[in-house]
Design a binder for this molecule. Structure first.
Ligand SMILES: [Zn+2]
Ligand SMILES: [Zn+2]
Ligand SMILES: [Zn+2]
Length: 764
């Protein structure tokens, strides 16, 4: 059996089933997965073959079963064999799993020996990826290696009938990790119960608590208290991005937000992600948690420590990653004390080391389906299965290093593309270090020596530079990664990677029209793309249409200042008149004149087809926001303000040319006119979304390809996605929407790997 089959109670499951049917034989883990031999009466063997795949343990995911008939060995008993160390390393590393119901019951039961114990786990739940230091998955190759099991735990571990049989992180208050609370000066207080009570007391008083969790630190504070949330934002340097919440239970989540059946299933799943939910007007959560946002990001407790802490406080907590804005999450006690000392008042710590950082995953559930926004805890490093292998299972594989923002790296081995946890924006030295660490980690875990290294076309992305400098050997580098990497570089155009990613996760090998809309990506013509219609597959593409281009006065500055984009859009309609048409007070005269000059001459004003920037510009025109503190903020606000009940749309043109051009000028003229007449932003924004969906539908009809794939960061916009899906379905198209990897740049590395694999199969 290949797949996620180790550490999920697979061997005891086989052991029990074989025992029940009176079969002899054995089952064991090796580097490839789980191997078993069963022998007995023909009838019993066929019952086994029938029941075996039908009754798998809940956390097991079987990708492949290989079977053959072997000589009878004469075994009468069925045994569990110790792990071997042979074979190619393709066993799947398991993601961390939220605490199961059985374990929650134990920590709340005063008669249980694990009552109140924050590190309780079993075969069905607990840490995996965040504690694994090597393969195969066994206690000595986890960060639990330093804890010797007591007699009671060892007995559970050895008993195939026990829920903790071979539960590698098995622990109890007598032998396992300890919890303590520290103030800023590092002075620890009391035992587990006292520490939890003191931590809860501090939260009730509005203090900021750093909590060491599963894959890193959270910063927690009372989510109801405006002043405390504001203080956390100030100290963390995170001024406007929404903050996630952890709530005690599903009932609390329902009081805060509308939770449908699909969202409830996501919240209570073993992945336990942050789920973006429509907030209730009377949610009783501080406005500073998610300013101007109609959704709240909510998760449930997913470790025993979280369950105990949330029960002790009894109200929603902000639970945001423990870092300074935009840096990777802290994982180590000493590091956290240093990096978080200016943010947290108190530290709730433990002594189980975290092997690697794993952030919380983020998911939206539009229309009863999952839309991943960030893929990390609970999901990483599970592979995406693609339809065809890059080559044989034992082949050296393909490494894909992702893009610049929301970086995720991928390793393709055979049919499986292993995606790393979310690394983040490669802006800080810490993020770059995390990127290198994750690559090293992946290559050594799987003992992979990739033959191809796929990277973005953009020469200045740090991921591209890493590929070129480290791999191509331009720079002296002593890391192990370098010695493992001597593969050939494969540059992949950014939007092509988005298209290939969407096709790969849907197992589609045919052609599609990719509607790839995002912020920015370097095009093959050297300009900034971002509103693209690419016809093709993983092997290649033709750019059959794009948004009508416009200029970005000041380049990067226009990303931070949507008002600059607004002016540039108006310029395309009104030329020199544009400045007079801007909303009052957008610029002072001097700046306005300077920008006008840039637009008139084209100097320091690169051309783009970016859909993300079009959203930004329109947001500024309707008066939502002149400047942003994070990329995409203005575009998000335009989505949030839109009234979903408004069905009519502005007009938009599709122009013929060498390629089609989606001309937004009629749409923009209508936005300007409606704004002048005082039409509310809610209506303008809805008509704007409607126009873009109509435009996409019309381009798709002209191109005539029956399958349309929607990808790129703009398709995190639920209104745009919904309107496009409806318009395209009405036109008879099959629509592919991301379900397994994010539409944003977090999904890019899957596409890069798919493109590299296709080129290896069929070199161009
Ligand atoms: Zn459990
Ligand atoms: Zn114990
Ligand atoms: Zn992108």
């Amino acid at each position: 059996m290949r797949g996620a089959v180790q550490g999920v109670g697979f061997r005891p499951y086989v052991f029990r089933l074989a025992g029940e049917l009176g079969l002899g034989g054995w089952v064991g883990n090796d580097h490839r997965g789980v191997v078993l031999e069963a022998e007995g009466e023909a009838a019993a063997v066929s019952v086994f073959l029938e029941r075996f795949p039908a009754e798998l343990p809940p956390r097991a995911v079987v990708h492949e079963i290989e079977r053959s008939w072997v000589e009878v060995a004469g075994a009468t008993a069925f045994v569990i064999r110790e792990s071997g160390r042979d074979g190619a390393r393709s066993a799947v590393l398991l993601p961390d799993a939220a605490t199961c119901e059985d374990c929650v019951r134990e920590i709340l039961d005063p008669r249980d020996r694990r009552y109140g114990y924050p590190f309780t786990n079993c075969t069905n739940c607990g840490p995996r990826f965040s504690i694994i230091t090597g393969l195969p998955y066994d206690r000595p190759r986890t960060t639990m290696a330093g804890f010797a099991m007591c007699a009671a735990c060892a007995a559970e571990y050895a008993d195939p009938r026990d829920r903790r049989f071979h539960a590698q992180p098995n622990a109890c208050p007598a032998c396992g990790p300890r919890l303590w609370l520290e103030d800023g000066a590092g002075a620890p207080t009391g035992g587990t119960a006292e520490s939890l009570a003191a931590a809860a007391g501090a939260l009730r008083e509005g203090r900021i608590l750093a909590v060491k969790g599963l894959g890193g630190f959270h910063l927690m504070v009372d989510a109801r208290d405006e002043e405390s949330v504001a203080r956390l934002r100030r100290r963390k340097g995170r001024y406007e991005k929404p903050l996630a919440l952890m709530v005690p239970d599903l009932e609390t989540a329902r009081r805060l937000c509308a939770v449908d059946a699909v969202a409830a299933a996501a919240l209570t799943s073993a992945e336990a992600p942050i789920v973006l939910l429509p907030r209730r007007p009377d949610a009783g959560v501080a406005a500073a948690v998610a300013p101007g946002n109609p959704r709240l990001g909510v998760m449930l407790p997913y470790t025993p420590l979280h369950h105990l802490l949330l029960r002790a406080v009894g109200f929603p907590l902000v639970a945001t990653s423990g870092n300074l804005s935009d840096e990777p999450i802290c994982t180590d006690n000493a590091e956290a004390r240093e990096r978080l000392k200016a943010i947290a008042d108190l530290f709730l710590l433990h002594d189980r080391p975290i092997a690697r950082h794993v952030d919380d995953s983020v998911l939206a559930c539009p229309g009863g389906a999952f839309l991943p926004i960030r893929r990390a805890r609970g999901l990483a490093p599970l592979p995406i299965l693609v339809p065809r292998p890059s080559s044989g299972e034992a082949a050296p594989g393909i490494l894909a290093v992702g893009a610049h923002q929301k970086n995720v790296v991928a390793l393709m081995l055979g049919r499986r593309v292993f995606l790393s946890q979310h690394i983040g924006d490669m802006e800080t030295p810490q993020a770059y270090a995390a990127f290198e660490r994750v690559i090293r980690d992946f290559l050594s875990m799987y003992e992979a020596r990739p033959a191809l290294i796929a990277h973005d076309l953009h020469p200045d992305y740090l991921s591209t530079r890493w590929a070129r400098e480290v791999v191509a050997g331009g720079v002296e580098d002593s890391s192990e990664a370098k010695s493992l990497l001597d593969g050939e570089l494969v540059p992949v155009q950014h939007h092509h990677a988005h298209l290939a990613s969407c096709l790969a996760e849907h197992g589609s090998e045919g052609r599609a029209l990719g509607v790839i809309w995002d912020g920015t990506g370097l095009g093959t013509d050297g300009t900034i793309w971002g509103g693209e219609f690419l016809l093709g597959d993983a092997r290649g593409f033709e750019r059959v249409a794009a948004l009508r281009p416009f200029r970005l006065p000041g380049g990067e500055a226009a990303v931070r200042e949507p008002r600059r984009v607004a002016l540039a859009l108006l310029w395309e309609l009104f030329g020199e008149e544009a400045r007079a048409r801007m909303p009052a007070g957008a610029f002072d005269d001097e700046v306005g004149a300077l920008l006008g000059k840039m637009l008139a001459t084209g100097s320091r004003a690169p051309v783009t087809t970016s859909a993300g920037r079009l959203f930004d510009g329109v947001a500024a025109l309707v008066g939502l926001r002149n400047e942003v503190s994070f990329e995409g903020q203005a575009a998000m606000e335009l989505e949030f303000v839109a009234d979903w009940a408004i069905e009519d749309a502005y007009s938009i043109d599709v122009r013929e040319g060498a390629a089609l051009e989606l001309d937004w000028r009629p749409l923009l003229a209508a936005v300007v006119e409606d704004s002048r007449r005082g039409v509310p932003a809610a209506i303008i924004a809805a008509r704007f979304h409607g126009a873009l969906a109509e435009g996409i539908g019309r381009v798709a009809e002209r191109v005539g390809e029956p399958v349309v794939a929607l990808s790129g960061g703009c398709f995190q916009n639920l209104l745009l996605t919904e309107r496009c899906r409806r318009r395209l379905r009405r036109g008879g198209f099959e629509v592919l929407i991301h379900r397994q990897v994010p539409p944003n740049d977090g999904g890019i590395s899957l596409g890069q790997a798919a493109v590299a694999a296709a080129r290896r199969r069929e070199p161009t």
